[in-house]
Design a binder for this molecule. Structure first.
Ligand code: SAM
Length: 281
């Protein structure tokens, strides 16, 4: 027996087996299923053998209006399931306004755990998982894109983005221009037939994607590693580069060049290099 609540129900991001028993049970029993795209969700529901009692469209353009309707339905003691086209609703998908409104009206909202492309990608990325920043889709306009990417230069946690096949190459090119050495992980077509995980520094990733158009097709999660930490700053290659450059120029100028080549924070590098200055001579 379901509670009188709005249930947030994650659905598969590719592999139809990735739906929990609890999600199926909720979808079978609710009075109303609110779906981002009813035609799209009908295919999933048919596949699961579920005939919804009532299927209502709830998307970016009608969410506010639907929130009021859902409040009325909950007022009657019923249960509603909210689903999106794929993965977890509200995660770069509609649902926020509905959840906010119903929560503010003190209706019960229950979230089921389940598929989410960002979390699936993070867990396979082999990058640090202790702290991460999910940033949804990057801005499309060049100036805003670069502004957002600049914020990653010194970021102390990994950043996770969603990206489309139309923009993946442009985005990686822009990252490579700012942080050529930064490690990137691209998870393509997760849980699907052509699932792939690519791991390269930004400059190499651009070359790799450009070399084969097939690598630019499908759905993508892009993960940008955090900025190199202090201990990593002065590795052997960097010390050698500083030493050679310092024979021709000031330490400050040498740091400027090395920080650009190795994609490290200039000020941190200079501070570290000053401490080691005697070793360079
Ligand atoms: N709510 C979804 C979730 O929980 O992951 C995300 C919805 S968002 C509109 C769709 C984006 O998620 C795609 O453009 C892609 O960037 C990413 N995505 C979804 N499914 C994916 C998959 N199977 N493999 C890689 N990325 C995926």
């Amino acid at each position: 027996m379901l509670e009188n609540a709005l249930y947030i129900v994650p659905t598969p991001i590719g592999n139809l087996l990735d739906i929990t028993k609890r999600a199926i049970e909720v979808l079978q029993q609710v009075d109303v299923i609110a779906a981002e795209d009813t035609r799209h969700s009908k295919i999933l529901l048919d596949n699961l053998g579920i005939t919804p009692k009532k299927l209502i469209a709830c998307h970016d353009h009608n969410e506010e209006q639907k929130a009021q309707l859902f409040a009325n339905i909950l007022q009657e003691g019923k249960a509603i399931a909210l689903i999106s086209d794929a993965g977890t609703p509200l995660i770069s998908d509609p649902g926020f306004k509905v959840v906010r409104y119903l929560s503010n009206c003190n209706y019960k909202v229950i979230a089921l755990p389940g598929p989410c492309a960002a979390i699936t990608a993070l867990s396979v990325s082999a990058l640090a998982t202790d702290s991460f920043h999910f940033m949804g889709f990057l801005p499309v306009k060049e100036q805003e894109l670069n502004k957002t990417l600049q914020t990653l230069i010194n970021k102390d946690c990994v950043s996770i983005f969603y990206e489309s096949p139309r923009r993946i190459l442009t985005t990686v090119k822009a990252i490579a221009a700012i942080m050529p050495q930064r490690e990137l992980v691209i998870c393509r077509e997760l849980t699907k037939t052509f699932e792939s995980v690519y791991r390269y520094n930004a400059a190499d990733m651009y070359e790799f994607l450009q070399a084969d158009e097939m690598r630019q097709k499908g759905e993508f999660v892009l993960i940008v590693d955090k900025a190199p930490n202090k201990e990593q700053v002065l590795d052997d290659k960097i010390i050698l580069s500083l030493k050679l450059l310092q024979e021709k120029m000031s330490l400050k100028d040498a740091c400027k060049i090395v920080s650009t080549i190795f994609d490290i924070n200039k000020n941190i590098l200079y501070k570290e290099a000053l401490a080691l200055k005697d070793n360079f001579n």
